[in-house]
Design a binder for this molecule. Structure first.
Ligand code: FAD
Length: 573
């Protein structure tokens, strides 16, 4: 915006300060009458060091910073949020089970502990210029500086970790009338609104009809966040609200709307069935196959699977239907020719496809699995040196190793499905492969592998994935020089030699779905499912241990203890 206004009509710019970070030094410019720029040095960085710019201080960005150990970089962190938020506990913040301040850690505290050259700027990136290796940022809109300060930051390496925004699917009225549960502020707003609903419904002037409307809580989206919020709200009402608002307690209704056939559809069927039954027992009105088409200020309209339309009045709606790409990333995708995609694509090393020295991790990007067949074809043609259309066992062994190193899904598929006999054969022949010359039809093998493509799923948008990607990338940066000399990655599909690093591999440690009433469903690796009170204790232990600092760990555990002893705080502050 600065560039446009400044160039088109300089007189528009009343008071403007532009920070430029270039050539290794952080420089602040202020405008003079003649539009010349007076240079003021804010700080000097070591110009010999390569500059790494990190956008975002969420799960991915923070994990990158925490794990970065190489002091050879000058690191600039840019994020409109000067804290890290432990998002899995946000549903607990909505009802006061945990306080908002207990789930956040200031970024400056996190980076202060590091002995590296790291600087934080509270600003938001609004443009990425990959060609000139610059990012354009402005200070957060909500500061006293009213968003008029802008900065241009040069980078040698850019790490994009700006997460995603909520997805409203352009449903009319959602932006204006619904609550979201994405940021800490959202959770705080929900907490206040819930209490306000009870206070309003307790006023003596209202009719019962109006009270019922105000106490109708609607949650849209049966994913883990929507389900957890519904469970939290139910616990809050049944454990605390009933004692504080006895006159209106019987008018409360919690409705969960899900467009699909079941809630928690990314979990094991046993968990889905248990959750649906539990919600029914708890009196939570679960409506599956119900798609929201419009939200007005008083009513929410749905279309049922039968095609029937219906509307219900509400007091509060929480919209939790998934995520979408942020506008700055959409712009960037256009710039680098990723126009046919919905999410920014990277390769398995988290490098953004179509540009140089730019990495993207967490919810704002996805590893492009669609390329797998192209890569596999390239590997085959390279291995098939004499162009005969056949490979020896030794060559095939190399091909499979190469593919498996890059694509863990292919490895799984090969282990589980019809190709297992080939892998076994190769394993058996190991050590003696040079003598073997069993020939295998490449086309047949490719055909079998092509089935893998349809089974490829992109990684889920979770904190677990984001944090692992952050620490993987930090590890790459830590060992950049070492791996330059001794590459440890797989053979290159195109070109000679090996890749510097091993590709990113996600390790799934399981997932939880808290269902209220001190019961949690846990799905652990190996499809081990556990539901009930014991899993709730596992949930407490895991979430306490995953806190980013001892400060937040102590705060969270003491909030849980306070809740057990005194109940939740229902003040609407
Ligand atoms: P985020 O954590 O969202 O961080 C994005 C960062 O980028 C923020 O610091 C933001 O301020 C910054 N930013 C935004 N725009 C800009 C910009 N223009 N310029 C610079 N910086 C910018 N996952 C799990 O694995 N387990 C769970 O139990 C779980 N529960 C969840 C509960 C809730 C309520 C929510 C909302 C999410 C939950 N998730 C969970 C998902 C998890 O939070 C996300 O997958 C994770 O936060 C993604 O990390 P990220 O770093 O990509 O993005």
């Amino acid at each position: 915006r600065f560039s446009r206004d400044f160039h088109d009509n300089p007189s528009l710019v009343k008071l403007l300060v532009v920070f430029t970070v270039s050539g290794g030094g952080v420089v602040a410019y202020s405008e003079s009458k003649s539009y010349g720029l007076n240079v003021v040095h804010a700080s000097e960085a070591d110009s010999k060091k390569k500059r790494v710019v990190v956008l975002g201080t969420g799960w991915a960005g923070t994990s990158f910073l925490k794990n970065l150990k190489n002091s050879e970089y000058d690191v600039q962190v840019i994020s409109p949020r000067n804290y890290f938020a432990f998002t899995p506990l946000l549903p607990s913040v909505t009802c006061g089970t945990v306080e908002a301040r207990s789930v956040v850690e200031p970024v400056r505290k996190l980076i202060r502990k590091k002995t590296l050259d790291i600087h934080y700027w509270e600003a938001e990136c609004f443009k990425i210029d990959a060609q000139n290796k610059k990012v354009y940022c402005r200070s957060s809109q909500d500061t006293n500086l009213s968003g008029e300060e802008e900065c241009v930051v040069d980078y040698d390496y850019l790490v994009i970790a700006i997460g995603a925004r909520v997805n409203t699917f352009n449903t009319p009225g959602v932006e204006e009338n619904c609550h979201f549960l994405k940021e800490v502020e959202d959770a705080q707003k929900i907490r206040r609104t819930v209490i306000d609903c009870f206070e309003r419904a307790s006023l003596p002037t209202l009719s019962d009809e109006e009270r019922k409307r105000i106490l109708q809580f609607v949650i849209v989206g049966g994913g883990p966040t929507g389900v957890e919020f519904a469970a939290e709200l139910h616990d809050f009402v049944s454990e605390d609200i009933v004692k504080l608002y006895p006159q209106v307690k019987d008018l409360v209704k919690i409705t969960l709307l899900e467009a699909g056939e079941h809630i928690l559809n990314m979990f094991d069927k046993r968990i889905t069935a248990f959750a649906e039954e539990k919600f029914q027992r708890d009196g939570i009105d679960l409506k599956t196959g119900s798609m929201v088409v419009k939200v007005s200020d008083k009513e929410i309209s749905t279309k049922e699977r039968s095609g029937e339309m219906s509307s219900m009045p509400y007091g509060m709606v929480v919209w939790s239907t998934g995520i979408a790409t942020r506008p700055v990333i959409m712009d960037f995708m256009k710039q680098i020719g990723q126009t046919n995609r919905r999410v920014l694509a990277t390769d398995e090393w988290l490098r953004v496809e179509g540009c140089d020295s730019v990495y993207a991790l967490g919810d704002c990007a996805t590893i492009n699995q669609r390329k797998v067949m192209e890569d596999i074809a390239a590997i085959f043609s390279k291995a098939d040196k004499d162009n005969s259309g056949t490979l020896t066992v030794k060559e095939l062994q190399e091909v499979i190793d190469n593919i498996c190193q890059r694509y863990p899904q292919v490895e799984l598929y090969l282990k589980n499905k019809q190709m297992h006999n080939i892998v076994d054969l190769l394993k058996e022949s190991k050590g003696d492969v040079a003598k073997e010359s069993i020939e295998l039809d490449i086309e047949e093998f490719k055909k079998a592998l092509s089935q893998v493509d349809s089974q490829m799923k992109s990684l889920p948008a979770t904190a677990q994935v984001a944090a692992q990607q952050g620490s993987y990338l930090a590890d790459c940066f830590n060992r950049m020089e070492e791996c330059e000399k001794n590459p440890e990655g797989p053979l290159r599909f195109r070109g000679e030699g090996r890749h510097r690093f091993r590709p990113f591999r996600y390790k799934h440690f399981g997932q939880f779905a808290p269902l209220g009433g001190e019961q949690t469903a846990a799905q652990l690796p190996g499809d081990w499912v556990s539901i009930g009170h014991s899993s709730q204790w596992l949930w407490y232990s895991v979430y306490a241990s995953k806190q980013v600092s001892w400060r937040t760990r102590v705060l969270v555990v003491s909030d849980w203890t306070k809740r057990f002893i005194f109940g939740r705080d229902s003040s609407s502050i």
